[in-house]
Design a protein around this ligand. Structure first.
Ligand SMILES: *[C@@H]1O[C@H](CO)[C@@H](O)[C@H](O)[C@H]1NC(C)=O
Ligand SMILES: *[C@@H]1O[C@H](CO)[C@@H](O)[C@H](O)[C@H]1NC(C)=O
Ligand SMILES: *[C@@H]1O[C@H](CO)[C@@H](O)[C@H](O)[C@H]1NC(C)=O
Ligand SMILES: *[C@@H]1O[C@H](CO)[C@@H](O)[C@H](O)[C@H]1NC(C)=O
Ligand SMILES: *[C@@H]1O[C@H](CO)[C@@H](O)[C@H](O)[C@H]1NC(C)=O
Ligand SMILES: *[C@@H]1O[C@H](CO)[C@@H](O)[C@H](O)[C@H]1NC(C)=O
Length: 477
């Protein structure tokens, strides 16, 4: 046992990579005005290395969210493949905190261009979610991916509220570039730590909507393996590890007997933190995000070999946030692709003479996170009362934010059941199980890990379509 109990203690971890920022310069790009998205012509992506040919337009670039402090967020937006002018707008967020929605959501999960594992560039995703909606990916907050601030003191304030406020400012500025979407039906989706971001941003939009000049037509939120309520998330993680034979009966019993996850002081109990460390050390040997798949045995070693990192603050109830994504090898392809000078030029990040330092997860952001809501369940209640559609899904082979965590959290909401637990089907097979509550729909994905669309691309797309239409998933083969 080697718990370092200080202000911050770090559980057994694989080494992470922390990279300083390359110097941020503004790009000047071609003046390609397009009447239908007239503010955004210069962001139209016309030459992205390795990109498959497609018939829809996509845009990438910066939106300045704070002029005074010079904070600027990077986005990548894909119009829907067909009938873009009729389909809703969906914002997708990844978590961390500190991880990139471009590196994960857009190019490993649900975007039209997935990282090609031959490292040639990108390959077309025939299950892309932009078949159903106009898809917007945001690198949020500053410090994540290409997003930055020129005021270094801004980085001292990173937390949930800061992130929600900047994302909100982003949306209004983005609408100035894309006025056609200003009145479009709007949804927010995300996974993992975005389980906090998504309801928080939805609440802000809901509150600000009382001012009609700020109105955004938010209709619902979609959450995948979301961090929701720290105490229940912890309890679920521990019980899941035990029920899936990752830890011994003895370690599980020690945790159950000694850990009080509802306390503000969980980690000062060294018996508890030692047993939790033992649990996490078992997960270090496999892929916590996907229990039954292999780990990447790559070339890299030493400080460049990230994958999982588990940390927690002794003074808080925060869950040790485990960094990384499903496939550590894919993370490496992302890193090499997005650090290419020609790719950054194609995405309007840099002018082609230098490159910015892009990382898939920024550990400085992660470690410096100062404000995290212990639970977003009160926000769920408020959004349910406001009549927003809330769907929560869970890949049932994820050990990080396991299906048990989500079930404990949702059951503590005490919502009345509308339709009892039943299987849902995709391509004649059970895709998972579904429970409809009044106010919320919960579904599992059978055999999927943390980032569900990587594992179940076709079923995920069907599920996403179902969410947008509000029609439940098929209850028969
Ligand atoms: C990016 O960050 C890494 C790790 O800190 C560093 O080794 C590298 O030199 C940086 N690259 C640039 C272009 O600044
Ligand atoms: C990571 O975030 C820190 C601030 O928290 C920032 O100074 C740094 O430039 C970021 N690194 C990268 C590679 O974006
Ligand atoms: C603007 O969009 C229209 C509609 O898709 C397209 O036909 C046209 O080529 C675009 N114009 C420019 C300058 O990109
Ligand atoms: C940040 O500083 C760089 C270098 O001075 C400048 O080019 C860029 O426009 C600034 N960013 C913002 C959002 O003002
Ligand atoms: C509504 O929002 C607009 C735009 O931000 C602002 O100018 C106005 O003062 C707001 N009105 C009220 C009543 O807060
Ligand atoms: C592993 O190393 C070989 C030889 O250096 C290289 O060709 C290959 O691309 C590397 N693979 C990965 C996944 O980095």
């Amino acid at each position: 046992m080697h718990l370092v109990l200080q202000e911050l203690f770090v559980f057994s971890l694989l080494l992470a990579f922390i990279e300083p920022f390359a110097n941020a310069r503004n790009r000047k790009w071609s003046n390609n005005d397009n009447k239908s998205n007239f503010g955004a012509g210069e962001d139209l992506v016309t030459s992205l290395p390795g990109q498959p040919r497609v018939d829809f337009r996509h845009y990438a670039g910066y939106v300045t969210v704070n002029e005074k402090n010079e904070r600027s967020l990077f986005y990548w937006f894909y119009e829907a493949t067909t009938f873009a002018d009729e389909k809703p707008l969906v914002l997708w967020l990844n978590g961390g905190p500190g991880c990139s929605s471009v590196g994960y959501g857009a190019t490993q999960e649900i975007g039209p261009f997935l990282l090609d594992n031959d490292e040639r560039g990108l390959k077309f995703n025939s299950f892309s979610w932009n078949i159903e909606a106009n898809l917007l990916f945001l690198e949020s907050p500053i410090g994540v991916g290409f997003s930055y601030s020129n005021t270094s003191a801004d980085y001292d304030n990173l937390g949930d509220d800061f992130t929600a406020n900047d994302a909100y400012a982003f949306l209004h500025k983005w609408y100035l570039k894309f006025p056609l979407y200003r009145t479009r039906k709007f949804y927010i989706a995300g996974e993992s730590y975005a389980g906090k971001y998504v309801p928080e941003l939805a609440e802000l939009i809901h509150d600000k909507n009382v001012n009609t000049s700020l109105f955004i037509d938010l209709r619902g939120i979609l959450l995948g393996n979301p961090e929701t309520n720290d105490a229940e998330d912890w309890k679920g993680m521990v019980d899941y590890a035990w029920s899936h034979a990752v830890v011994s009966d003895e370690t599980h019993k020690t945790i159950i007997d000694s850990c009080d996850f509802y306390s503000d002081d969980t980690w000062s109990n060294t018996v508890c933190s030692g047993a939790v460390e033992e649990l996490l050390s078992q997960y270090k040997e496999i892929d916590i995000y996907s229990l039954y798949t292999s780990v990447c045995i790559g070339n890299s070693s030493g400080s460049d070999d990230k994958s999982t990192l588990v940390t927690a603050k002794s003074s808080s109830k925060m869950m040790p946030r485990v960094m990384g994504g499903y496939d550590p090898c894919l993370d490496d392809y992302a890193k090499s692709y997005y650090n290419r000078v020609d790719v950054q030029k194609g995405l309007h990040v840099a002018d082609g003479t230098y490159s910015k330092n892009w990382t898939i997860c920024n550990m400085t952001v992660f470690n410096g996170w100062s404000d995290s809501k212990g639970s977003v369940l009160p926000i769920y209640k408020k959004l349910i009362a406001a009549g927003l559609r809330i769907w929560v899904y869970s890949g049932d082979t994820d050990g990080r934010v396991p299906v048990l965590s989500t079930r404990y959290s949702l059951s503590s909401l005490g919502l009345p059941i509308k339709k009892a637990w039943r299987p849902w089907y995709h391509e004649k097979q059970v895709g998972g199980w579904l429970q409809e509550y009044y106010g919320l729909t919960f579904a599992t994905f059978r055999g999927a890990g943390h980032a569900v669309p990587i594992f179940k691309p076709s079923a995920s797309l069907a599920f996403f379509a179902s969410f947008l239409s509000g029609e439940p998933l098929p209850s028969q083969r």
